[in-house]
Design a binder for this molecule. Structure first.
Ligand SMILES: [Zn+2]
Length: 247
């Protein structure tokens, strides 16, 4: 499923391909004591199985992990440092995060970032984007973006839970319009969080899915007159542009 922005989300088979690719490489890296493939795996898991926005992933600190606070969730902070939401995660992901901290971030403090760039310092949006792109090519599934992985998470969560309000919370209060476009339900159904499985096909209120522009960072629908292409050619929504400029 693609448009001019590239792949919008992954099929179930493509997701399995990407997850098993990063897992095999990470297992090998752990044996050899190298880092890059282990970080690649965490990035893919945090996007595709926890649905974090890229800037949320880059800002994740050791103290936001289950190993520190004991909840089976990631704490996502707002700009003031408060906990804006808690994203529920699987025990498998929690265990992988804990193992990463034990092996690769030993001695890190609660306020230290979970992931750092290869040169040290915070991981920036462009290096995250380039990593995800490279993983897509290496796993032979073609163009891959952070947005495609996050949209895959949102779609799978909706199909598992059939609860739009819960999906909205987990996805960080993404607009109903964006979620409706991802899970292919009609915006009316999205209005009150009603359980309405896919039946509206492409008849999304006022939208032609073939023409819909999406943010390549967070996967949100970009409405006309908002968002902008950055130097690398990616289209970003206004929200992601704010973080991109800050990075
Ligand atoms: Zn965005």
């Amino acid at each position: 499923m693609t448009n001019q922005n590239g792949r919008k989300r992954l099929s179930a088979a493509e997701l399995v391909t990407v997850l098993s690719y990063v897992r095999t490489r990470a297992n090998l890296a752990r044996q050899k004591g190298t880092t890059r493939a282990v970080i690649d795996e965490l990035i893919v898991l945090l996007l595709a199985t926890a649905g974090l926005r890229p800037h949320e992933l880059c800002a994740l600190r050791i103290g936001d992990l289950p190993g520190t606070h004991g909840e089976m969730a990631l704490w996502i902070r707002d700009t003031t440092g408060g906990v804006a939401r808690k994203v529920h995660i699987s025990e498998d992901l929690a265990e992988r995060l804990a193992r990463f901290v034990r092996s690769y971030r030993n001695g890190a403090q609660q306020e230290d970032l979970l992931l750092e760039s290869e040169r040290g310092g915070p991981l920036g949006y462009m290096s995250l984007y380039n990593k995800v792109r490279r993983i897509g090519q290496e796993a032979a599934i073609g163009k891959l973006s952070p947005a495609a992985l996050r949209r895959t998470y949102i779609q799978q969560l909706y199909h598992a839970e059939q609860d739009l309000r819960y999906v909205q919370e987990q996805a960080g209060y993404m607009s109903r319009r964006s979620i409706a476009e991802i899970v292919k339900i009609c915006c009316d159904a999205a209005g009150d969080g009603a359980n309405q499985p896919e039946q509206a096909g492409n008849k999304l209120a006022g939208m032609d899915p073939g023409q819909t522009s999406i943010c390549e960072a967070c996967g949100a629908t970009i409405t006309k007159g908002t968002g902008r292409r950055i130097e690398s050619g990616q289209l970003l929504c206004d929200g992601c542009l704010r973080y991109f400029r800050r990075a």
